[in-house]
Write a protein that binds this ligand. Structure first.
Ligand code: PEP
Ligand code: MN
Length: 350
């Protein structure tokens, strides 16, 4: 951090700034220019200290040099993190993970047929929502614990690890009993109590980017989970709010590449929520992978025209099959073939 003093700062004010830095356990390094004085702060200043110094007498502005995240950041050279889950892995730079499944678990047939289909075409993680964050309180809110039981059953049946959203800190323990990965939804991306609780669960966590969050705020959400001692965290870009009304959100391709540069954590691309349109899921998926995403998470439904949530963005089984082939082609073209399951149990027929 660097402190720039006001052009008219007095010698007493500058000495007081240096004393304040030393009292904080840091070291000042003063550079006297013609019009003003710049004081470099050596050490690791806290965010609170940075804010305090911004309003300290004689200070014009404070410039942050380091990153506010220490665990989630790539630093100088940290290589990509790989998360190992039940015979497959996510991240590590050597391959692309396909996560797929329904937006919302609706009933046994819907989930089992979707799970079998996505596994058949190369998915290694099964998604399915049991508690749904709906904009309207009158929309279907999810099957809750009954849904979790079905998700667990589908995971056992196919051998696929599962991911599902947890919406409240008090539910973390329960949800973690049924799933392999906890998803923090976009709307809860800065629910710090939830992030801490998910971190404390000890199981892998995927943190979605808030619709209005900067890349730095998104990585800071992951930092919250990691600060609880949980290293198995991944980031998910699911589109941000822009002025464009023709799509549900705007997929931030820059954000994917930037998150990969700034963080060692796996970055997953969610083309379903980013676009809100089934026919845009394919180009968004392929672009996300080409931009460096370690994986994709895609919504699939046997009959999108009957889906209880997110039908317009859900792929039919046929469309998912076609997309899976293209994912494989593009992943191979960029030198990161699709990851597979070590345990290749065939789906059990119903
Ligand atoms: C979801 O994955 O079903 C979901 C609700 O996503 P998001 O939090 O990104 O809107
Ligand atoms: Mn959805």
């Amino acid at each position: 951090m660097v402190i720039v003093t006001k052009p008219k700062a007095s010698a007493e004010e500058i000495t007081a700034i240096e004393t304040r830095i030393i009292n904080e356990g840091l070291q000042p390094h003063k550079i006297v220019g013609e019009a003003l004085v710049i004081i470099g702060v050596i050490g690791t200043p806290s965010e609170d200290f940075r804010e305090q110094m911004a309003v300290f007498p004689g200070v014009e502005r404070v410039v942050r040099i380091g990153k506010p995240y220490t665990m989630a950041g790539r630093g100088d050279s940290r290589s990509d993190t790989t998360i190992e889950i039940k015979g497959t892995s996510i991240g590590g730079g050597d391959g692309v993970t396909i996560m797929a499944g329904p937006c919302t678990i609706e009933n046994r047939d819907q989930l089992m047929s979707t799970a079998d289909t996505v596994k058949l075409h190369g998915a290694t993680i099964l998604r399915g929502g049991a508690w749904k964050p709906r904009t309207s309180p009158y929309s279907f809110q999810g099957m809750k614990e009954e849904g979790l039981k079905l998700l667990q059953e589908a995971g056992l049946r196919t051998g696929l690890p599962t991911i599902t959203e947890v919406m409240e800190p008090d539910l973390v323990e329960k949800v973690a009993q049924y799933t392999d990965i906890l998803q923090i939804g976009a709307r809860n991306s800065q629910n710090f109590a939830l992030l801490r609780e998910a971190g404390a669960s000890g199981i892998p966590v995927m943190v979605k980017r808030g619709p209005g969050a900067t890349v730095e705020e998104w990585i800071m959400s992951a930092e919250y989970v990691m600060a609880e001692g949980n290293p198995n965290v991944m980031l998910c870009e699911r589109g941000i709010k822009t002025f464009e009304p023709s799509t549900r959100n705007s997929l931030d391709i820059n954000g994917i590449a930037m998150a990969k540069r700034l963080s060692h954590l796996p970055v997953i691309c969610d083309p379903s929520h980013a676009t809100g349109k089934w026919y845009l899921v394919e180009p968004a998926t392929l672009a996300g992978i080409a931009a460096g995403a370690d994986g994709v998470i895609i919504e699939v439904h046997p009959t999108p025209d009957h889906a209880l949530c997110d039908g317009p963005q859900s792929l039919t089984f046929g469309n998912f099959e076609n997309l899976a082939k293209k994912i494989s082609d593009i992943a191979t073209a960029v030198g990161r073939p699709v990851k597979d399951l070590a345990d290749t149990k065939p789906p059990i027929s119903q």
